[in-house]
Design a protein around this ligand. Structure first.
Ligand code: GUN
Length: 291
């Protein structure tokens, strides 16, 4: 029997821990942590994500504010809002939902965020801190994946981790986290991507296989070693035969389930943990631990 890694259950645990910490802050007479979210344009997925993030905040006592700008917004308008929030003491965390419309330089916007309020961990200062092992904000999805491994006592030290996907949001930071010389980590990490020749020869050697490419069912049983742990970061929308839409991962769950020792479902796996770790990062921002 393969173990189903329950992201919903773990996320509920993280949320209740954050809620408790927020209560402690309030009892000390301090203001509730505040997260400001900027949504530019009308991407339907982004709209849903931002709404979920705000709802999560409410549940744990974090004050959230969503500001929306139209598709036509300029880079200057976006940066101006970020600068206002950088100076606002009530704003502990700043999140600019990605992707941004084409006319806006994503890197310029991300680099305008005060690194001490960068709860996404995308600012080069936080990326650099992660690479050299200094405390800083870690992007929510990689932090969530590592937290899943830790809470399920899945050993990582000396293990062969193969990550499929080299994005700045998931693949690269996750590789850094798992390769660092502390637990959970201390793994031997390979990053595979769209130019990898003979993908299967790498993935088949993985003790822990992490798929983060956004390609429906790219990973099948021929890619996995018997007894491997599989973490599926993909969230792909697909049309069902009846015309409705469903969500599925980068891994063909049915095909690999019997072969693996543990696996995350989609939905209900990594997604809820990403959301929970944003709350944790906001709490860290309010606590000023990285100053
Ligand atoms: N778009 C997809 N994932 C993310 C994320 O983790 N943070 C932000 N800001 N935008 C995203």
């Amino acid at each position: 029997m393969s173990l189903l890694i329950d992201g919903k259950k773990l996320a509920a645990e993280v949320r209740s821990e954050v809620k408790y910490e927020v209560e402690v802050i309030l009892k000390q007479g301090k203001p509730a942590p505040g997260l400001n979210l900027l949504l530019v344009g009308s991407d339907p997925a982004s709209e849903i994500y931002v709404r979920y993030k705000s709802k999560d905040c409410e549940q744990v006592g974090i004050v959230s504010t969503i500001v929306r700008l139209p598709d036509t917004a300029s880079e200057e308008e976006v940066v101006a809002i970020v600068n206002l929030w950088n100076e606002d003491r009530k704003v502990d965390g700043i999140l600019v939902q990605l992707p941004l419309p084409k006319q806006i330089n994503e890197q310029r916007v991300l680099q305008s965020i005060n690194p001490l309020k960068d709860v996404d961990g995308f600012h080069p200062v936080n990326v650099g801190k992660l690479v050299i092992g200094l405390p800083g904000f870690v992007p929510c999805t990689p932090a969530g994946v590592v937290e899943m491994l830790r809470r399920y006592d899945i050993p990582t030290s000396g293990k062969h981790v193969v990550i499929v996907g080299r994005s700045n949001i998931v693949g690269k930071p996750l590789a850094m986290l798992l390769a660092q010389k502390k637990l959970p980590g201390n793994s031997t990490v390979a990053i595979c991507h769209s130019a990898t020749e003979d993908l299967e020869s790498y993935t088949k050697r993985a003790d822990i296989l992490i798929a983060a490419v956004g390609s429906r069912h790219l990973i099948t049983s021929k890619h996995v070693k018997t007894g491997a742990v599989v973490i599926d970061v993909g969230i792909n929308r697909y049309e069902k035969p009846d015309g409705t839409f469903g969500l599925t991962g980068d891994v063909d769950f049915e095909d690999v389930y019997e072969k693996v020792s543990a696996i995350t479902p989609v939905p209900g796996g990594v997604g809820p943990m990403t959301r929970a770790l944003l709350l944790k990062n906001t709490l860290l921002a309010a606590s000023g631990v990285f100053t």
